[in-house]
Write a protein that binds this ligand. Structure first.
Ligand code: FAD
Length: 292
């Protein structure tokens, strides 16, 4: 099933993200967690892709299993920047062979040592290059792309970032999923600006439940997200008590989702990060709201 067919529903639905194991031995831990999340029957599950393709086999295996064994639509991520055209083409064919119809087309992060390189002769420079190739392939994929309410870290300013986003949509991106954010007002502001710029495709806000204090540092480093005072106070108070921090982080994310839905956003993506208990608790907190 193509995800775009689900994204115009008027009731709240949640999707969950999982990531593939980095090594064969880690598969034994990751696999049961993924299955447990799939049993919660989210509206879809997305499976990330290691930039450069190191874990590409597992991305596909997991996305195919979610769909085949649990009937949950899956979205396979695919990055391009560290890959050759040949590798990407093989992966596109493998995605189609596995029966997956939804692809999140990403550039991927540029490895640190290559940031200053002249990129003219790279096979792929931006996600838009991959989106165009997916559209030109013989397969009828539903294509998603990433967007950044707080501006992509490499972009000179929001106006240019939104212009680049528009190019992705014009190239064939049918929906957008946001980077995590902890202040919903930043998302509402971003939505206003992209709609004004003529971007009309559905936007799925991405919410990351922070369940331990270390995650806060990682999240800020990774995404550059702004931490509102209300959130900082919570980390200060509960950061040294893992159980309390987990409960408070899930409550904060739940609150964000309720506010998003109250403001008209019906599809919310939860960065559940292979933690079934987090996915389950968020779903339970919203049990009288989801689907209504
Ligand atoms: P792009 O859309 O190409 O944008 C990257 C930068 O280039 C932006 O600053 C943009 O403004 C600029 N730009 C775009 N086009 C042009 C152009 N034509 N000329 C000049 N500048 C341009 N990473 C992974 O490795 N694996 C994953 O599975 C993964 N999943 C993700 C899911 C989501 C929802 C998000 C938000 C991010 C994900 N990432 C993942 C991280 C992502 O790969 C990085 O954020 C990466 O740095 C940018 O990817 P992009 O697809 O947004 O790139």
């Amino acid at each position: 099933m193509k995800l775009i067919e689900r994204l115009n529903e008027t009731t709240l639905s949640l999707s969950f993200e999982v990531f593939p194991p980095k090594t064969d031995s880690a598969f034994e831990t990751v696999h049961p967690a993924v299955c447990e999340i799939a049993r919660l029957k989210p509206s879809f599950m997305s499976v990330t892709y290691g930039a450069g393709g190191g874990t590409s086999k597992y991305t596909l295996d997991i996305a195919a299993e979610i769909l085949r064994d649990y009937g949950v639509p899956s979205l396979a991520h695919l990055t391009c920047v560290s890959s050759t055209r040949e590798t990407v083409h093989k992966q596109i064919e493998a995605i189609h062979r596995a029966g997956i119809r939804n692809v999140m087309a990403l550039r991927g992060d540029i490895p640190e040592g290559r940031l200053s390189e002249d990129r003219a002769d790279w096979d792929y420079r931006y996600a838009v290059d991959l989106i165009r190739e997916l559209k030109e392939s013989p397969y009828d994929f539903c294509i998603g792309g990433a967007c950044y309410p707080e501006v992509h870290p490499e972009s000179p300013n929001q106006k240019e970032d939104i212009q680049r986003l528009k190019e992705k949509v014009e190239a064939g991106c049918e929906f957008l999923t946001t980077q995590m954010f902890f202040d919903n007002n930043l998302l509402y502001n971003f939505l206003y600006k992209i709609r004004e710029a003529g971007i009309t495709v559905p936007v799925i806000p991405g919410v990351m439940p922070i369940t331990n204090a270390k995650q806060v540092e990682r999240a800020v480093k990774l995404s550059g997200s702004f931490m509102p005072q209300r959130f900082r106070a919570l980390v200060d108070k509960f950061g040294s008590d893992p159980a309390a921090m987990c409960q408070a982080g899930i409550a904060y994310a739940t609150d964000q989702i309720i506010d998003l839905y109250a403001n008209g956003l019906t599809n919310v993506h939860v960065y559940s990060m292979n933690k079934p208990e987090v996915a389950r608790k968020i779903q339970a907190n919203l049990s009288d709201i989801i689907g209504k």
